[in-house]
Write a protein that binds this ligand. Structure first.
Ligand code: OMP
Length: 238
């Protein structure tokens, strides 16, 4: 499928395939059908099944978000991007807390290997709250920390971020539509938060200005995952 990054005022669902078995993931995508345009492959499945699995998912016609959250010295991150950037993927994550130089090297590598690949800088994980930052010795609130990292990412040439829905408004105020904003930590009303701390519903995520929401357990853990996809899409398009 050709790359279809979202326009600024619509919001699209990305299904996080944090699933044990390849066959179960394929069956889930088949059941979800054409309503689902994006699948995220994270560390769980990439470390188990590797690049061939990425090609297999892409062959089904969904856009692939490869979530490796790269965080290392600039050279190592750049070389990793040169490797995975050749895969049929539309999005790839690195950690903004790897620093400005690491992000600059990452952007250069991405532009060389795959100019249409959307590199995303992960800011403060949605599983963290103020007390998690306090324990790390970070004397900023989550929104202050994300705002700081967003500025650094912009200076490094980044155009995409992963943050929580709670920071979208502040980032938009500071940077307009510069960034594609991808927000995990989204929960349909009534579903369990699990380890997620900074959460909103799909409708609220769209309302604040997210370009994409990432949802995993509320879909693949549902009795009828295809119905869960349809319900979230209905909420995003209402
Ligand atoms: O980079 C991510 O995708 C990510 C960043 C973040 O801050 N929080 C977060 O939950 N994620 C990912 O988003 C997905 C959320 O899954 P659920 O909590 O099951 O909906 C997981 O695959 C996480 O790895």
């Amino acid at each position: 499928m050709t790359e279809t990054l979202q326009s600024k005022n619509s919001c699209e669902l990305i299904l996080a395939l944090d699933i044990e078995e390849r066959e179960d993931a394929l069956a889930l995508l088949a059941k979800a059908g054409p309503d689902l345009k994006w699948a995220k492959i994270g560390l769980q499945m990439f470390t188990k099944y590797g690049p061939d699995y990425v090609r297999q998912i892409a062959d089904l016609g969904v856009n692939v978000f490869l979530d490796l959250k790269l965080h290392d010295i600039p050279n190592t991150v750049a070389k990793a991007i040169e490797s995975v950037g050749k895969l049929p993927i539309q999005m790839l994550t690195i950690h903004t807390c790897g620093g400005k130089e690491m992000m600059q090297w990452a952007v250069r590598a991405q532009e060389n290997v795959n100019p249409s690949l959307q590199l995303l800088g992960v800011t403060v994980l949605t599983s963290m709250d103020q007390s998690s930052l306090d324990l790390l010795g970070i004397r900023q609130s989550p929104v202050e920390r994300v705002t700081h990292l967003a500025g650094l990412a912009k200076d490094a040439g980044m155009t995409g971020l992963v943050c929580s829905t709670h920071e979208v408004k502040t980032i938009r105020e500071a940077h307009g539509d510069h960034f594609q904003l991808i927000t995990p930590g989204v929960r349909p009303a009534g579903s369990a938060a699990g380890d997620q701390k900074r959460i909103m519903t799909p409708a609220q995520a769209r309302e604040v200005g997210s370009n994409y929401i990432v949802v995993g357990r509320p879909i693949y853990g549902a009795e009828d995952p295809a119905a869960a996809v349809a319900a979230i899409n209905a909420e995003l398009n209402a």
